[in-house]
Design a protein. Structure first.
Lengths: 198, 198
DNA sequence: GTCTATAAGCTGATAGAC
DNA sequence: GTCTATCAGCTTATAGAC
């Protein structure tokens, strides 16, 4: 028992992710990661060849999951309103599944993009934008969404509001992500203005 | 001419702010700052006693400006809808006036909060929240804003959407901040849903 | 006000014993 | 798979000449 391969490896990634998220990748040292795991810093290099590799695994598994869920949303043949809602739900589910990776991505993309090995992050960001734009533009085309604001601006405003929730929203039984998803959808679709019920 | 005191000092702060914003505070070295200014790193210490002091001046002047503009918005005796709009405009004007400081604050607050000297950032964040909540709650009380979503959640969603625009919005003659402010206000107040004109 | 020179400590990473 | 021991390089910061 307790002999599965890579258990230690996963523990290291978990410690690293939490530290990277809290203090930033550049400010987190391999010694701090090792301390958190309970080994010496040199021993980390039996499992990973560099600190960058740890970040890479954390962030790329997050992006892989995200792309998978976004594909499912795109495949749905439903109204724009419902599809935007599902896109928000998918995003928040990824936030819940990868809170540290989400925070690392939000805070440190610029830093990571300095290194060649993280060039793929540019494409990932572009793909995410394409999914949102597809949903928004379909909504405009079908007449559900307003056409008087640039879809790209709508995308960026909603994207930042949704993703940055990782910094403050802690899901609980009382307040699950589905509840936040409803609030987001409701605010973005219907606005803050008080309106008589239909 | 060109003998005003502190010209060099300001040039150093400008270089530092740009580098801190682009690569993060922790990942920016005093040598890079000095290189950018065109002097040697040791010479920086004639003007500042530490790297932290540079960050401190950049961020605190940003917050000072922000607090001043927010006070003016709070003092307005107008409808909630207009006041929320003015709050968004005030925020975007501060973004425009202090783009680097805004980005540093957005990306590196967590990192800075590790140091005792940046404890004041906690209060600053709380004050900002109070201003937004005052405006939102006044709107609910007067019946203009919907009461079915927690004001704190509304605040956080709008805050992140507005402030993170520093990462992608570059004001131009064709697209000034007033234009972005209209788009934000319009999205938040009226929503994405297409509606017949009144 | 900038330079030269350098300190003292921390950084990521490696080699080899156990 | 972890430890011991260590390296080379970089970090912030300082002291004193110019």
């Amino acid at each position: 028992m307790a002999r599965e391969p890579g258990v230690r490896r996963e523990a290291i990634l978990a410690s690293a992710a939490a530290l990277f998220a809290r203090k930033g990748v550049a400010a987190t040292t391999v010694r701090q990661i090792a301390d958190d795991v309970g080994i010496l810093s040199g021993s980390l290099y039996h499992h990973f060849d560099s600190k960058e590799t740890m970040v890479d695994e954390i962030v790329s598994s997050f992006l892989k999951d995200l792309q998978h869920r976004y594909e499912q949303v795109l495949a749905e043949e439903i109204g724009a309103r419902q599809r935007l809602h599902d896109l928000i739900v998918a995003s928040l589910e990824v936030v819940e599944a990868h809170p540290h990776a989400t925070e690392i991505y939000q805070n440190d993309v610029n830093f990571l993009l300095q290194f060649d090995r993280f060039d793929y992050l540019r494409n990932a960001g572009r793909q995410v934008q394409n999914v949102w734009l597809t949903v928004i533009e379909a909504g405009i085309a079908e007449g559900t969404f307003r056409a008087d604001v640039d879809p790209k601006i709508l995308y960026r405003l909603m994207r930042d509001a949704v993703w940055l929730s990782v910094r403050w929203f802690k899901p609980s039984a009382d307040h699950p992500i589905s509840s936040l998803a409803e609030d987001c959808t409701s605010l973005f679709l219907d606005g803050l203005t008080s309106r008589p019920k239909d």
